[in-house]
Design a protein around this ligand. Structure first.
Ligand code: KE4
Length: 429
């Protein structure tokens, strides 16, 4: 397998692109070696510039849940392009997508589209502060909510991979209202309320996907929501990654919880830049132009992106692949555990719906501290052996693998063989 063209493009990219990438995780920093450059993708297969084909479990970090270039989505986008790309005025597609999204979340009366998950979350924080009149926000260590200043503290995902606690350039003032609690630890949330009476909201990934997959323990989310109601604080569910991945709607519902504000992204744009935040009327009516909380965006509700989102969600609703996702994830989990056992490699597998990943550790991973005990060197060896056997994974121990409904039995057979070779390689370290 040659990676010559990727190497060439990487060196060329270094001139005008920072690290030859437009998002840090794509630099492969935590697995070493040069990042792959991708030429094209179709269905469950992604092809790099050297012509190597891979089963794709990155799916652009979530959006491509139907697989790449799904025929219905492709046709819808091509049709939308014939009407123009963006107008700076409202279009019918925004109403259509808004209805699909609000209908999928029982407590969501209205939604505002933006252009990324980061923008959705930073707007949701502002909205929670506007609605409650309070300033503090609690986030959980290991959860990642995009790169807005206030949330770049002990973030998971990119920062965890680059092991940068917080980020340079974030002024002290920007994070003084951000408190950090531990996932699955309600006491760590209560402790903040004992010390502060100005907490507007708690933001959480209802299934964490940015420290690897970490599940809320039984009743954790429900108890958190009940406690917040008793304190007059809001629950913000960051479903940018989990939205429409484990059911047609939010993972929050499967946990028996309805957040006050929900953030979305990834899948709802079908591969185009879309984020969103939504809530019941009394909260959303705080947002400009109805209310005094300002938020705006040149390309928000972009008609092409809306068309891609409508096509993706309506296809997803029709396909209803969720049972299949659970079964495929279960099969993958069995394969990972069997192959690891065969070669004496210690791993723990966490999964939920169409998100799964192995941790190279022997202790249960229920929070960021436990996740960080994973052997990232073993992950790096595993990652490259999977690449060499035609499987494309997120290049980090702290990322979730994503399933698409385009995955075939052949893909799983190929993945199983690759996992066998990769576990064998890890066992020889
Ligand atoms: P974006 O601004 O990247 O669209 O969304 C930020 C975001 C917000 N909330 C959650 C739960 C997220 O997972 C994300 C982004 N996820 C990462 C993957 N861990 C995107 C990949 C990247 O940073 O390149």
């Amino acid at each position: 397998m040659s990676f010559e063209k990727s190497k060439e493009l990487y060196n060329k990219g270094l001139k005008h692109l920072v690290g030859a990438v437009n998002s840090p995780v794509r630099a492969f920093a935590s697995v070493g070696g040069n990042p792959l450059f991708i030429k094209k993708a179709k269905g469950s297969t992604i092809t790099d510039v050297d012509g190597n084909n891979y089963v794709d479990f990155v799916l652009s970090y979530g959006p491509m849940i139907l697989g790449h270039r799904h025929k219905k989505v492709q046709k819808t986008i091509e049709k939308a392009l014939k009407n123009g790309y963006t107008f700076g005025a409202s279009t019918e597609n925004e109403i259509k997508l808004a209805k699909i999204v609000c209908d999928a979340f029982p407590r969501m009366d209205k939604v505002r589209f933006v252009n990324s998950g980061t923008e959705a979350v930073l707007s949701a924080l502002r909205l929670a502060r506007a609605f409650t009149g309070k300033d503090k926000i609690i986030k959980f260590s290991g959860c990642y909510h995009g790169h807005s200043d206030a949330l770049l503290v002990a973030a998971g995902s990119g920062l965890a991979t680059l092991s940068l606690p917080g980020s340079k350039g974030v002024p002290e003032g920007a994070v003084k209202n951000t408190l950090i609690a531990n996932y699955n630890d309600l006491e760590s949330v209560k402790a903040h309320f004992e010390n502060h009476d100005d907490i507007a909201a708690v933001i959480i990934e209802p299934i964490a996907g940015n420290m690897g997959v970490v599940l809320p323990q039984e009743h954790f989310l429900k108890e958190l929501k009940t406690y917040l109601e008793s304190k007059g604080a809001l629950l913000i569910a960051d479903e940018v990654m989990t939205g429409f991945r484990s059911k047609f709607g939010g993972a929050q519902e499967l946990q028996g919880v309805e957040a006050d504000i929900t953030c979305l992204g990834k899948v709802i744009g079908g591969g185009f830049p879309v984020g969103a935040y939504g809530a019941r009327n009394e909260i959303m009516e705080m947002v400009s132009p109805l209310g005094a909380m300002y938020q705006a965006g040149t390309l928000s509700g972009n008609p092409i992106a809306m068309a891609a989102g409508i096509a993706t969600l309506s296809t997803l609703k029709k396909q209803n692949p969720y049972e299949q996702f659970n079964e495929t994830a279960r099969i993958l989990e069995v394969i990972l555990l069997e192959k690891a056992k065969k070669y004496g490699v210690a791993i723990v597998v966490n999964r939920f719906g169409s998100m799964i990943n192995p941790f190279f550790t022997s202790t249960p991973v229920i929070n960021f501290e436990a996740a960080q005990k994973s052997d990232t060197k073993k992950f790096a060896v595993f990652f490259w052996e999977m690449i060499k056997n035609g499987v494309f994974l997120p290049p980090s121990q702290f990322e979730a693998w994503f399933l698409s409904s385009a995955l075939t039995d052949n893909d799983l057979k190929k993945t199983s063989k690759a996992i066998d070779m990769a576990m064998r390689k890890v066992s020889k370290m």
